[in-house]
Design a protein around this ligand. Structure first.
Ligand SMILES: Cc1c2[nH]c(c1CCC(=O)O)Cc1[nH]c(c(CCC(=O)O)c1C)Cc1[nH]c(c(CCC(=O)O)c1C)Cc1[nH]c(c(C)c1CCC(=O)O)C2
Length: 340
């Protein structure tokens, strides 16, 4: 374990060269991913195929030698386990059956373990195949972000339907978030038991909420999730990525018990450095700098290394890599981080 650099940083160590991986590092910007994706059938078929899901997890490790691999799956396998009719339509993103307050009472998580067994099988295979020095990251969506897709039935620019649901049906919202927190906790425990070294909780829509709602819909259910994980795996290393939560991240860290904070690119470096005094941080290059390449990429990377390189840092983007990312820019990014 001592040679898994990302794990050392999660334990609080500062390394001369920070470990690097990229959110969504397996994906459509890679031709080898597109080739597997075509033969897999639907996107969810790929998520539930341990052989192909392991293969696409390993692709960016082989090509770029990242310090960590992230399980290939999706945050929406949880609503899929709840029979919410999850499907991915090309050009439209995810679609689900929208959920109303009455529907919350009828959610039935009893089939979760059997439904997610193929994903857990992928984790076991990966730990058996990955180089010893590569950290394996498991993940789930945060209850709030998963709930936004369940309520609207699709992605939205402002999560209006889920925010309205929270105001009009506070009890149903609490119940929904509790169901998701408990299922997600069990799911993370299975991943950790199958060989994941650490886990990340993706709360991509945390930044859209006001302060009270952030407390109720983000901090509280995330705390419930993490407490439940740690009753089984007391020393679980957990990265919380609450996108857009910048000025609330200190409260988020204290309130949830995450081990490390994922940062997006909107946070000030001063705030990021302050947060790094109390926990490791991960991030936070604007993914658009990766697309732009050249000077924009270099100055973005250099700034992060200068400001955050003296403390526990895991280098990453501030959100997922997009399908239009040029492969040579990814190579330049890794070189810049490693050769300074
Ligand atoms: C909100 C969210 C989702 N999924 C995820 C989030 C949280 C992080 C974020 O905000 O980006 C997380 C996710 N999705 C995927 C992973 C795999 C691991 C990784 O490489 O990081 C992870 C960690 C694969 C994926 N998940 C998806 C793809 C693309 C699907 C394809 O190959 O056709 C991949 C590689 C599909 C997906 N899944 C989701 C959306 C909105 C989409 C559609 C986006 C699109 O079409 O570009 C839901």
């Amino acid at each position: 374990m001592q040679n898994r650099k990302m794990l050392r940083v999660l334990s609080g160590e500062t390394l001369p060269t920070p470990p690097i991986w990229l959110m969504r590092q397996a994906g459509r910007y890679l031709p080898e991913y597109r080739a597997v994706r075509e033969k897999a059938g639907s996107f969810l078929d790929l998520c539930y195929n341990p052989e192909l899901a392991s293969e696409v997890t390993l692709q960016p490790i082989r090509r770029f030698g990242f310090d960590a691999a992230i399980l290939f799956s999706d945050i929406l396998v949880i609503p899929d386990a709840l029979n919410r009719n999850v499907r991915f339509v090309a050009g439209e993103g995810p679609l689900l059956d929208p959920l109303d307050a009455d529907g919350v009472d009828h959610l039935d998580p009893t089939n979760t373990k059997a439904h997610l067994a193929p994903v857990i099988e992928t984790v076991s295979r990966l730990r058996g195949t990955l180089p010893d020095e590569t950290t394996l990251i498991g993940f789930c969506g945060a209850p709030w972000t998963v709930a936004t897709y369940m309520i609207a039935g699709h992605g939205t620019p402002d999560q209006g339907p889920a925010r309205m649901f929270g105001y009009q049906n506070p009890q149903a919202m609490e119940q929904l978030l509790n169901v998701l927190a408990d299922m997600s906790a069990d799911y993370l425990v299975w991943q950790l038991q199958a060989g994941a070294d650490c886990v990340q909780i993706f709360d991509s829509w945390a930044g859209i909420l006001d302060e009270q709602s952030f407390e109720r819909f983000v901090i509280k259910p995330t705390r419930r999730l993490i407490d439940r994980v740690r009753t089984v795996v007391p020393d679980a290393k957990i990265i919380g990525f609450a996108k857009g939560a910048s000025s609330r991240l200190e409260n988020y860290r204290k309130g949830t018990g995450v081990t490390a904070l994922g940062l997006d690119w909107s946070i000030s470096m001063e705030a990021a450095k302050n947060l790094q005094q109390s926990s490791p941080v991960q991030g936070n290059l604007d993914p658009m700098r990766l697309i732009a390449g050249g000077r924009a990429l270099e100055e973005g990377v250099d700034r992060i290394l200068e400001e955050l390189g003296q403390g526990p840092l895991i280098f990453n983007l501030g959100h997922g890599i997009t399908p239009n990312a040029p492969i040579d820019h990814v190579e330049n990014l890794i070189k810049r981080v490693r050769n300074r």
